[in-house]
Design a protein around this ligand. Structure first.
Ligand SMILES: CCCCCCCCCCCCCC(=O)SCCNC(=O)CCNC(=O)[C@H](O)C(C)(C)COP(=O)(O)OP(=O)(O)OC[C@H]1O[C@@H](n2cnc3c(N)ncnc32)[C@H](O)[C@@H]1OP(=O)(O)O
Length: 170
C-alpha cells in the first residue's frame, strides 16, 4: 500500500536552519512552544525555553498543557539523536512550582534507560540558568514498529466518521 509505506517513512528531519521541529512548526522554521536546543552537557541535553504570554493559564504563569507539551518535545529530542522513529507511550509531569511566562527557563533532558524498542527518559525545568525545579517529567518512549502508521491507517479505515456511518434520513 503506497500511502502506508510513505507514512512509515516519516521521521523528524532537521529544518532549513538545522532545528528539529514538529510537523506543525517545521514550515515556519520556529518552535511555537518557545523551545530552542542549546547543546549537550554530560548525559543531559539542554534547552533554552521561554513561555510566551499567549500560553498563560493563570496570571503570568504557564498553562500546564504548555509545560507538558514542552516536556513531550524535549524528551523525544533526547532519544531522537539516536532513534528517529519514536512515539511517546506515557508521560508523567510533576508541577512543583508555578512557571512564569516571559522568563528564560532551562530544561535538561536525558535518557535514563534503553532496551530494544523501550526508552525511559526524564527532564527537569528550572528558571535559567539553574535553581530548584519548577516541574519534572518522566516518559516512556517506543521505537515505532516498521508498520506503525500503516496499521493505524488500516485500523481507522474500518471506522468511518459517524456521519458517514448513519443511514440516509428518510
Ligand atoms: C527545538 C526543540 C523542539 C523539539 C521538537 C522535536 C520534534 C518533535 C518530536 C515530537 C515527538 C512527540 C512524540 C509524540 O508525541 S508521539 C504521539 C503520541 N503517541 C502516540 O501516538 C502513541 C500511541 N500509542 C501507540 O501507538 C501504542 O500504544 C504503542 C506503539 C506505544 C504501543 O507500544 P508497545 O510496545 O507497548 O506495544 P505494541 O507495539 O506491542 O502494541 C500494543 C497494542 O497497541 C495497539 N497498537 C500498537 N500500535 C498500533 C498502531 N500503530 N495502530 C493501531 N494500534 C496499535 C495494538 O492493539 C497492540 O496490540 P496487538 O493488537 O498488536 O496485540
Amino acid at each position: 500500500m503506497a500511502d502506508a509505506h510513505d507514512a512509515d517513512a516519516f521521521a523528524i528531519e532537521p529544518s532549513a536552519s538545522g532545528r528539529l521541529l514538529c510537523g506543525g512548526c517545521a514550515p515556519d522554521d520556529v518552535c511555537r512552544l518557545g523551545v530552542e536546543a542549546a547543546g549537550a552537557r554530560d548525559r543531559d541535553l539542554r534547552f533554552d525555553v521561554v513561555c510566551a504570554h499567549s500560553w498563560h493559564g493563570g496570571p503570568d504563569v504557564a498553562h500546564g498543557g504548555w509545560i507538558a507539551a514542552v516536556f513531550d518535545d524535549v524528551l523525544a529530542m533526547a532519544a531522537l539523536r539516536t532513534e528517529p522513529r519514536l512515539v511517546t507511550k506515557s508521560l508523567a509531569v510533576e508541577y512543583l512550582r508555578p512557571v512564569p511566562v516571559e522568563r528564560p527557563l532551562t530544561v535538561l533532558a536525558r535518557i535514563d534507560a534503553h532496551h530494544g524498542r523501550r526508552w525511559e527518559v526524564s527532564a527537569r525545568m528550572t528558571l535559567a540558568p539553574t535553581g530548584p525545579p519548577l516541574a519534572t517529567a518522566r516518559a516512556e518512549l517506543r521505537t515505532r514498529r516498521p508498520d506503525h502508521f500503516a496499521r493505524h491507517r488500516d485500523w481507522l479505515v474500518h471506522r468511518p466518521p459517524p456521519h458517514q456511518a448513519l443511514p440516509p434520513e428518510s
